[in-house]
Design a protein around this ligand. Sequence first.
Ligand SMILES: [Ca+2]
Length: 297
Amino acid sequence: MSVALQKKVLTDQMQLFGTQIWIRRAVLLVLTAMWHAQVFAQAAAFSPDAKQWTNSLGMVFNPVPHTKISFSIWETRVKDFTEFAATNPKLDGTNWNHALYHNVTPVTPGPDYPVVNVSWNDANAFCAWLTGKELKAGKIPVGAVYRLPTDAEWSWAVGIGDRETNGTPKDKSAKIEGVFPWGTQFPPPLGAGNFADLSAKDAFTNWPVIEGYRDGYATAAPVGSFKPNEFGLYDLAGNALEWCEDWYDTVQKHRVMRGGAWNNCGPRSLLSSDRTGVAPERFSVVTGFRCVLVPGQ
Ligand SMILES: [Ca+2]
């Protein structure tokens, strides 16, 4: 090959190499732009008109008819609470990130499980932290707040808001017979939720369970593992108990918990109208919570 031809081949190769670099750069730029667009879409500011909205932690909120608020479709997850705990708040609850049943069996062994071992005080602190974080980032408008649902709002979310009369949560507890978050069938239909089932009986001896019902989880299950209700909300029955804002009764020593948990076999404890009163500083391997978003003005 002549020297001139060698030079031309070399020049052609360099041009080709340069073109490849430019193509790679262009592809990289397009991919980066797409990634930014996706992130922006995921973390878009809250709009009250949205049918569904995802916040900066990836928590998803659906509006609930007859209320002015949106409910988290899931119980608050271990990974949500982890971000809050990283700010070193003073918590009542211990072992929220490695909950153990009887100090042996893992209850929430992953980031998508509902956080438990959380007191009412801890749950409120989480909501206040999240409100501050998202206001600062412009994700929610001024006046909007995250908080626990009221007892009445929880009733609307579970579909019995129009069937309860006045009175304290204690007065209303378990007063609507035969109505569960999944319907009126008991034992529940397959896939209705995570309760004390045959899986729990396999793992723990002498447990009272729902005979004939198997959900696959001896303790908690990842949020959203079962069928949602008509408003797209998961695990209103079973999995983790959920704190509500209200006092349980006029004594004002206990706060309301609803929804039953993975250790309940019902039927009373799984009624849509059942409530439990628990002191606000108490926590256990079944106490979790769900946030709501109040849109403000
Ligand atoms: Ca179960």
